[in-house]
Design a protein around this ligand. Structure first.
Ligand code: WT7
Length: 652
């Protein structure tokens, strides 16, 4: 792990500030910094009081006895003794309140097909699919894999699991068959829900074909439900595969929502850590739902009339928290778009905003940088006047992209909320409150009420303002992960062993003189490619899995568009010739093993890798080589100095 210090301390000197527009503040949930500070003070002084007051916003079948039980730290229990049903909170209660005709989901497919579902219609679909799952033998606690395109069926399947207390494991449609099999096996999934395919850049991504390969290696999966999205040919295995539409036609729409314990597991979501094996981050019910609904309301200042669009796929945590659970718990109208942002043209997103009058838009810096590259003419050709709040998530947003977003997309009138959080935190932790916070391009500003963070050195001592350190969270919060599925020792080790008593985020950051937080990026061996975490180890093990590769080291290289690009240093087995064709093959091999997202940008063949005497590959040196920088970092532990010189030569 690199230490944040002079090496990664930010040279960023951003001094621009943006106060919320007066009319925005006047109508906001939180109207001033003073009010925001009062909330932070209250939550810090009396966390139980703060969180229990907020939890009144959920619908409970039985009220809790204890707000937070932290006696089993690092395992928290929230709203102990309480019972609720997550799907009833996201759907039924809005229908019961007379809002059944309000649109829940505005769906647009990549080919241009559109469909909307009201809350009443969503309720019918969720109940039916819950009954389908029951008829397949799924009971509370069972795991269900969901590998679908971004269509309403993904939300329906997730909510149906929640309704019956089953635990979903959503896998992003860009992951390969291998990745699906690994995750099926780790979670011991009983059922997988997929589609023939999904549309992406005018082509069908063959999801079912991937599942067929995965299921040959997934012994626990008994049934595969297939949604027909693209009318593309698939092979159905009798006795194992069933069509979504056939099962739904036979299912009853009557499925009462049974209340579950607050701590009933809701989902597992796999994310990259610094060892090869993905971590199944486990989230439970009540605390997660409170975290996502409250932050969705406050950070985006959500009102009943909003049309809200988060562009993330449901395969990532952002899709779980801010496309499905948070917004639906708030009874919001959510836009869902299946495909690529430049299909058929580079203005697709802006056309969608214009068509549906989107008022709150949430996307990633990597997308924003692509839009900048494509040119202002695309957004300028559309009416974006419906927008009122713009959000960013996934990686640090560079001030230039922030300014472009603010001016070109937001017309200078919409607050930009840069939201810092992680799969593990479940919900947004650090972000502006758009009616209250003075924003600074590149800063996620201040922690939300109840989130107690600090920036510390390796020993856990707070570092002075302006200096880089590790970002930690000092108190439990409702939407925190509960464990790594099936590997509690790793949960303790990865998050709770670095700084005693605190949650370790693995992000470097600094706090400025105003107390605003600037995130500097990951301090472990994890890449952030287009806002998605990828483990360098996972890419390395894919490479070493190839018959011609002896050893591999993978590092990130700063990339204007993707945040980081993937650079692989590869040593070949004896007698293998380094050719450009082999580079192409290796790139394809990684994409096959992990998914297209992990396709290496560069492969560099080398005779040896820089190592410590104990044999550890010194990735930070390789990072410098990849970036074409002369290494200023410590090389005293390097075993063979000539290796580094050679690598640099090879790079020329
Ligand atoms: C890592 C978490 C949270 C949903 C998407 C990614 C980076 C996330 C920001 C931000 C700077 C950010 C961090 C974090 N990150 N948001 N606003 N500013 N960095 O979820 O895959 O769990 O990745 O993404 O490095 O630790 P994830």
């Amino acid at each position: 792990m690199a230490s944040p210090g002079p090496n990664i301390s930010s040279s960023l000197k951003e001094t621009r500030t943006f106060a919320p527009p007066a009319e925005f503040s006047a109508n906001a949930h939180v109207r001033s910094e003073a009010e925001a500070q009062r909330l932070r003070d209250w939550a810090e002084r009396d966390p139980d009081g703060y969180w229990s007051t907020q939890a009144e916003s959920l619908q409970w079948a039985k009220r809790w006895d204890v707000v937070c039980d932290w006696t089993g730290a690092p395992h928290a229990k929230w709203f102990v003794g309480g019972r609720l049903n997550v799907s009833a909170n996201c759907v039924d209660r809005h229908v019961e309140a007379g809002n059944g005709d309000k649109v829940a989901i505005l769906f647009e497919g990549e080919p241009g097909d559109a469909r909307s579902l009201t809350y009443a219609q969503l309720l019918v679909e969720v109940c039916k699919f819950a009954n389908v799952l029951k008829s397949l033998g799924v009971v509370a606690g069972d795991r269900v894999t969901i590998y679908l395109p971004l269509t309403p069926e993904a939300a329906i399947a997730m909510l149906a699991c929640a309704r019956i207390g089953a635990v979903h494991s959503v896998i992003f449609g860009g992951f390969s068959a291998e990745a699906v099999a690994d995750r099926n096996n780790d979670a011991k999934s009983k059922v997988i829900v997929t589609a023939d395919g999904g549309w992406r850049r005018g082509k069908v991504v063959p999801l079912k074909a991937n599942v067929d390969v995965a299921l040959a290696k997934s012994p626990t999966v008994e049934t595969c439900v297939v949604y027909n999205r693209c009318d593309s040919p698939v092979t159905m295995t009798p006795g194992r595969d069933v069509w979504w539409h056939e099962a739904m036609a036979a299912a009853s729409a009557d499925c009462p929502a049974e209340p579950f314990d607050s701590e009933q597991p809701l989902f597992v979501l796999y994310t990259s850590g610094s060892t090869g094996k993905p971590k199944g981050v486990l989230h439970t019910s009540a605390g997660f739902l409170l975290g996502v609904s409250l932050t969705h309301k406050l950070v985006f200042d959500i009102k009943d009339s909003d049309v809200y669009w988060c562009t993330a796929d449901v395969g990532w945590v952002t899709g779980h928290s801010y496309t499905v659970y948070g917004p639906l718990a708030n009874g919001c109208t959510v836009v869902m778009y299946e495909g690529a942002p430049n299909q058929p043209h580079e203005d697709r997103f802006w056309r969608i905003i214009e068509k549906y009058k989107v008022s709150v838009f949430y996307t990633a810096p990597t997308a924003i940088r692509a839009f900048m590259k494509w040119g202002d003419q695309w957004p300028k050709g559309c009416d974006l006047s419906s927008l009122r709040v713009l959000g960013s998530v996934g990686e640090p947003i560079n001030p230039e992209a922030w300014m472009w977003y603010h001016e070109v997309i937001g017309g200078g009138r919409c607050p930009v909320v840069d939201t810092w959080w992680q799969t593990e935190t479940g919900a947004i932790m650090i972000a502006p409150l758009p009616g209250a916070t003075v924003t600074k391009p590149g800063s996620a500003t201040k922690p939300l009420p109840g989130v107690i963070v600090d920036v510390v050195d390796r020993q856990g001592n707070p570092v002075p303002a302006g200096e880089g350190g590790f970002l930690i969270i000092k108190r439990p919060w409702p939407s925190m992960m509960r464990t790594i599925y099936g590997d509690d020792a790793r949960f303790r080790e990865a998050y709770w062993s670095h700084i005693p008593g605190a949650y370790f985020t693995a992000d470097g950051s600094r706090k400025d003189a105003d107390g605003d937080i600037w995130i500097m990026g990951r301090v472990d061996d994890v890449l952030n490619v287009s806002g998605h975490r990828l483990s360098t180890m996972e890419v390395e093990s894919a490479l070493v899995g190839h018959t011609q590769v002896a050893e591999a080291a993978v590092v990130g290289k700063p990339d204007d568009l993707k945040g980081e690009s993937i650079v692989c240093f590869v040593t070949l087995k004896q007698g293998v010739t380094a050719t450009d064709e082999l580079k192409v093959l290796l790139k394809a091999h990684v994409a096959e093993e992990i998914g297209a997202l992990a396709r290496p940008d560069e492969i560099k063949f080398t005779d040896s890798l820089p190592k410590t005497r104990s044999g550890k590959i010194m990735r930070r040196l390789l990072r410098d080589v990849a970036a074409g920088k002369v290494s200023t970092s410590d090389t005293s532990t390097l075993e063979d100095y000539s290796v580094l010189a050679k690598l640099r030569e090879e790079d020329e």
